[in-house]
Design a protein around this ligand. Structure first.
Ligand code: GRF
Length: 203
């Protein structure tokens, strides 16, 4: 299966997917990396791996839909079967997410459905939770709302800062994201037939 990764920044999850896909028995190949920010550090990592890259500045487009249509043209050009969002910091329209339903997944640094959105670690620590973690889920119109494919848990330690907790969670992100993509690309996991696509955007 052919996979594109969408990033906006550092791209450490992207790098973990690229590494995993090098294994000969991995069912997916990373064929392209797209960033909505030309300065994203992950683009350089992808280029060093010999992977095609593309960027589009959203400021060049009148509407979100125009931007996404241009993005879809890039993904179609790469003949992509699946899309992995990895630190992609742009909200996608229901048109886009519905077009890719069951074929697009995201990694989020919380134990969904808890702590959707930004600043997950700071909010979790402020609440005094004992456990944090990360989730890989299908992308649906609702932000961080789609069916979960895999999760990993980590303990919260005394005196944890958001940065310390983020680093502990990130180790698990790099482990479960390649495994979730493996399950999706191999057909072991698919979008649950009983979950409606939904058109509501909460939070
Ligand atoms: C990760 O924590 C991911 O879960 C979140 O944004 C961060 C991206 O990091 N969505 P990286 O770009 O993959 O290093």
């Amino acid at each position: 299966k052919r996979v594109a990764i969408l990033i906006s920044g550092r791209g450490s999850n992207m790098a973990a997917l690229i590494q995993a896909a090098k294994s000969s028995d991995y069912p997916a190949e990373i064929v392209g990396v797209f960033s909505n920010r030309a300065a994203a550090a992950g683009l350089e990592t992808a280029r060093q791996e010999g992977i095609a890259t593309a960027t589009l500045a959203q400021s060049r487009f009148e509407t979100r839909l125009d931007f996404e249509n241009a993005l879809t043209a890039i993904l179609d050009g790469w003949a992509v079967d699946f899309v992995c969002l990895a630190g992609f910091m742009r909200i996608l329209t229901p048109q886009f997410t519905t077009h890719w339903l069951g074929r697009a997944i995201n990694i989020h640094p919380s134990l969904l459905p808890a702590y959707k959105g930004l600043d997950t670690h700071a909010r979790a620590l402020a609440d005094g939770v004992a456990e944090a973690g990360c989730s890989v889920h299908f992308v649906t119109p609702g932000l961080d709302e789609g069916p979960v494919i895999l999760q990993a848990r980590v303990p919260v330690r005394l005196g944890d800062t958001p940065e310390a907790l983020a680093a502990r969670v990130l180790v698990e992100e790099h482990r479960i994201y390649p495994e979730a993509l493996r399950r999706l690309a191999s057909g072991e996991t698919r979008y649950p037939a009983d979950v409606k696509t939904g058109s509501h955007h909460s939070d």
